[in-house]
Write a protein that binds this ligand. Structure first.
Ligand SMILES: [Zn+2]
Length: 333
């Protein structure tokens, strides 16, 4: 158990489907900095990425010094999780999720091609438990998370469950799964920009000290690339994969400089005993939440936010699935 007066911080990074020599270098730099400041993190990796990581053994070795989470079989290819679980039948959505999360997904077609997904991640990191999950874009859906529970996932780091009266930092246990709250971004251009870094950093660190639990998250690509890999798939699956543009060298240097300030500041708070940082999820005290105390509309809206905003995707059946899972009844919003 952690001391209750201390803010508890969980540092997380998402590594998505693709890695090129530049983003591999950025990932290596993140891993070196974490070591320099003695900070351990959870790295959420996709099943598809393991294929690329096979040719980068030194990165795999460094990643093994941290905890490994699962970031879905294929991050960006269509149909995405909210799309393929948006079926009238809840059972069909669970079944499809089980199939896709244990399979290799072709990045050009979105079709299943043999075994992969969570099996590939567990095979690569065979000495890790891989019980934590984060959904791409934080868009989790109930049939999908139930399928992952069957595959041994215990913790969800997507957008979380919202209680009716609760604050935003609660960690809830519901139906045998443990949900972490929506994370705070630490590699976005706001925190890494020259004029606003200190303002946002102060805000971030004050929040971290005040909250019970704060999840922080970042991406290696944000330090070196102009656009996310997801941008390739915005309209549909591409016929041919292409690279996203790199940032100018001066911008990358600045990003790394400010990113190091973020880590150093976190480390300072740890040293001052103002926050505690952990990857030992089993030691965290989760509050059990009942259906009647869940704000389903807020939970559903937060889970759909990114998908609707980025892909302009309008779900048809997902609100029904959220009500079924969270309230055990069918109801339309
Ligand atoms: Zn992601």
């Amino acid at each position: 158990m952690f001391l209750s007066w201390m803010g508890l911080v969980i540092l997380t990074f998402d590594i998505e489907d693709f890695i090129n020599p530049v983003s591999a270098k950025a990932l290596e730099k993140i891993l070196i900095l974490l070591k320099r400041y003695s900070l351990r993190a959870i790295f959420f990796v996709t099943g598809y990425l393991t294929e690329k990581l096979q040719s980068l053994p030194s990165l795999v070795e460094r990643l093994e010094e941290h905890e490994i989470g699962y970031h879905s079989s294929s991050h960006s290819v269509r149909p995405t999780i909210p799309e393929y679980t948006d079926t009238n039948s809840y059972y069909t959505a669970v079944k499809t999720s089980l199939d896709r999360e244990t399979s290799y997904i072709n990045p050009l077609t979105g079709e299943i091609e043999g075994s992969g997904g969570i099996y590939a991640v567990r095979e690569m990191f065979s000495n890790k438990e891989v019980t934590a999950f984060r959904s791409p874009g934080f868009c989790w859906t109930p049939p999908h998370i139930e399928a992952l529970k069957e595959l041994g996932i215990k913790y969800d780091f997507s957008s979380g469950i919202y209680g009716i009266r609760a604050s935003t930092d609660e960690v809830y246990e519901f139906k045998g799964l443990k949900f972490f709250p929506y994370p705070i971004h630490i590699t976005g251009q706001i925190i890494l920009s020259l004029d606003r870094c200190s303002y946002y950093l102060t805000k971030l660190l004050l929040k971290t000290m005040k909250r019970k639990i704060t999840c922080l998250y970042g991406h290696e690509w944000e330090l070196v690339l102009k656009k996310p890999w997801d941008s390739i798939y915005k309209l549909s699956n591409p016929r041919k994969l292409y690279r996203t543009d790199m940032l100018e060298a001066s911008k990358t240097i600045k990003n790394l400089f400010y990113f190091e300030i973020v880590l150093r500041s976190i480390k300072r708070l740890v040293d001052l005993n103002l926050i505690d940082i952990t990857t030992e999820l089993e030691k965290i005290d989760f509050k059990k939440i009942n259906s009647k105390n869940i704000d389903v509309l807020k939970t559903y809206s937060k889970a759909m936010e990114w998908r609707i905003n980025t892909l302009n995707y309008k779900p048809k059946n997902l609100s029904k699935h959220f009500y079924k899972y969270l309230k055990l009844e069918n109801k339309n919003i």
